[in-house]
Design a protein around this ligand. Structure first.
Ligand code: GLC
Length: 646
């Protein structure tokens, strides 16, 4: 059952698609203070699942979190906000229920942080809808919630292939080199990503003619080799006379305004920019149509970035900071001045005050950005999705976004934002997967190998062994870090073998993905969702169910030669070196130490189950659907969902 409770006058977020009447009664289980605060008494054994893209464990209890979409490439355990706002929780305990706080502004969750026995949720204003979802168990609660928020986005089949990305491919030759090195190494590849350097001075929907003299030809040349080019689009539009997108946006009032009614100015990669007003349907339609500049050249995939929106600085704050710094320079600089100095400079990027300074046009009325902040990224991807559905209704286009709110899962996937080449970020990505699936985000994945800082070969291979199970499978790294294309390492073969295993599993993974879409279920689940009575399963933080067949238990520690796993029932251990070279061993329920050499992928098959594998190919268009192996228990069968719409 779903009940909806209304407080004040909420902004329509469009997170939900099902109409639920507003309940007259009071919200069960919670105490409400009438000022946007909601409290729930936690029992000692209660577990709290959810919050989508957030830090810390699968069980969110014991920390506090803030839903405020934020660009934080250095996130770690004490980070409060990441790139997405996914305000859906399931409390598991004596009473088990789901709760969705549908609120577009800043929302704080204190889940046993201030007091271990108390969960407190606070919206900045008492203007929100709260949905309470009850059901027989967690899976049923998720199904109901997902039905409420609408069907998840399905990408084209090729998007399940492996992608290579790096901020730093500057020209056609760089892209060709990536493709040819992968070919030489015999490693499958379906896509190469184009980061901001393909544009002319970081201007959306332009292509630098010097460095990419004929993008259309390059797209066709690579497409003949089975490789798709996927360009980035950023939220901010460069302010530059003569630049069509800028001029049209100004003329037609498509940009967000400042308090004086002028186009608001922020600074991101292109320098001074205006931000399209994605909350305004007209601006959405206008911006969405611009994607056709690239689809006309044969492009069929995009990643939407910087759409929290990230703001490096605003001019007035920058000027103000300079003045204060000058004042400081006339003083005797002591420790207080030093900290004031570093604080002011660091505080320019993503400064909360800047989000108070601009407005959206909602049905002719100005709405302050900070009140609807978390909806911005979702509406950017919606703009692209809706426009392309009109332009090419029978074609699937790849979209994924950095920033999102619940509802964005209908328009595209997400990647988990800027991470680091840290072992802990393998685990962090994995712990987010079930919470993201709960919130509808099924086409998800992280920057494989880590975006910031330098990766190593062992980190990369262990990372591949985790990420080869995630729908989005893209190696991406930052400018200035060590190169991490797989052909750059010493043991290219072992890395390539992991990619081949991915390709052998694609029919299975795509099938599990489609099932999760059509059945409103979760592709990745905490162990406890399937074994609710098992107290040991409830505390497992580093293993997940994948579909109804597998448990994945990646290695995320440097120099580990194995790991402990907990099996909630008898399972078959698979230790795989190549797609056609593996051992299996049946293990009883319980704790086990499982060894795994660096080049060995380890996972587990459920009792009585088997999964299909095909021969790998150099890209998804060459994959045949001929099943070469049924991996698992001899009696196991599997029903394959197929739907290869390109
Ligand atoms: C942002 C993105 C990252 C991209 C970079 C340059 O940090 O999150 O993926 O490479 O911008 O465009």
């Amino acid at each position: 059952m779903i009940q909806r409770y209304r407080y004040g006058n909420p902004f329509p977020t469009e997170a939900t698609v099902e109409q639920i009447a507003i309940s007259e009664g009071t919200l069960p289980f919670f105490e409400t203070d009438g000022k946007g605060g909601f409290s729930y008494s936690l029992k000692e054994d209660d577990i709290v699942y959810g919050l989508g893209e957030q830090v810390r464990g699968i069980n969110k209890r014991g920390w506090h979190y803030v839903s405020w979409n934020f660009d934080n490439p250095h996130h770690q355990e004490d980070t409060l906000s990441l790139y997405g706002a996914h305000n859906f929780l399931i409390v598991h305990g004596e009473v088990t229920f789901g709760v969705f706080f549908d609120y577009a502004g800043k929302l704080e969750f204190d889940i046993g942080y201030t007091r271990r026995s108390l969960m407190r949720v606070r919206a900045q204003k008492n203007d929100l809808d709260v949905y309470l979802i009850t059901g027989e168990n967690e899976k049923e609660i998720v199904r109901r919630f997902r039905h409420l928020i609408g069907r998840s986005y399905i990408p084209p089949f090729w998007a399940f292939g492996y992608g290579q990305s790096r901020w730093g491919y500057k020209n056609e030759a760089d892209i060709r080199e990536v493709v040819s090195e992968y070919q030489k190494a015999g490693i499958p590849l379906d896509s190469v990503y184009m980061d901001i350097d393909y544009m002319e001075n970081y201007k959306d929907f332009t292509v630098d003619a010097g460095r990419f003299p004929n993008l259309g030809d390059l797209v066709s040349e690579l497409s003949r080799q089975g490789v798709h080019l996927v360009p980035i689009i950023d939220a901010g539009v460069k302010i530059e006379e003569g630049y069509e997108v800028y001029e049209e946006g100004v003329k037609n009032n498509h940009f967000c305004k400042n308090a004086a009614g002028e186009d608001f100015v922020g600074a991101v990669w292109p320098g001074r920019v205006h931000f399209p007003d994605f909350l305004n349907p007209k601006a959405r339609e206008w911006f969405g149509e611009k994607y056709s500049v690239l689809t006309k050249l044969g492009i069929d995939g995009f990643w939407n970035d910087m759409n929290e929106p990230a703001i490096f600085y605003t001019e007035d704050r920058f000027a103000d900071t300079l003045t204060k710094l000058e004042e400081l320079s006339t003083k005797n600089v002591g420790i207080n001045e030093y900290f004031a100095f570093t604080g002011m400079v660091a505080g320019l990027n993503g400064n909360a005050g800047d989000y108070e300074k601009f407005y959206h046009n909602v049905n002719g009325k100005p709405v302050k950005h900070s009140e609807v902040h978390n909806l911005y990224g979702m509406n950017m991807t919606r703009a692209a999705y809706e426009a392309l559905r009109k332009l090419a209704p029978h074609k699937r286009t790849l979209f994924f976004s950095r920033s999102s709110y619940i509802g964005a899962h209908r328009y595209g996937g997400i990647w988990q934002g800027d991470n680091k080449s840290w072992w802990s970020h393998i685990l962090q990505s994995m712990q987010q997967l079930p919470a993201l699936n709960m919130a509808g985000f099924l086409f998800v994945g992280c920057d494989v190998g880590g975006f910031g800082s330098d990766t190593t070969e062992d980190l990369m291979i262990r990372w591949l062994q985790y990420s080869l199970f995630t729908p989005l499978f893209r190696n991406h790294s930052s400018n200035g870090t060590r190169r991490q294309e797989l052909y750059c390492f010493e043991n290219i073969k072992a890395l390539g073998d992991m990619i081949q295993i991915r390709y052998s599993l694609i029919p299975y993974l795509y099938s599990e993905f489609l099932k999760a879409v059509y059945e409103d279920s979760m592709m990745f689940r905490p162990l406890a969702f399937d074994f609710p009575e098992d107290k040991l399963a409830a505390s497992v933080e580093d293993q997940l169910f994948l579909g109804d067949e597998l448990i994945i238990a990646p290695i995320y520690q440097q120099n580990a030669v194995g790991r402990y796993v907990y099996l909630p029932e008898e399972m078959m251990l698979v230790r795989m070196r190549r797609y056609n070279d593996y051992d299996t061993e049946v293990l009883p329920k319980g704790h086990h130490y499982v060894s795994s050499k660096l080049s060995e992928l380890v996972f587990f098959l459920r009792k009585g189950r088997a999964i299909p594998m095909v021969a790998p190919a150099l890209n998804t268009s060459l994959l045949t659907s001929e099943i070469t192996t049924m991996l698992g228990y001899p009696e196991g069968t599997y029903s394959l969902y197929e739907e290869k719409l390109q």
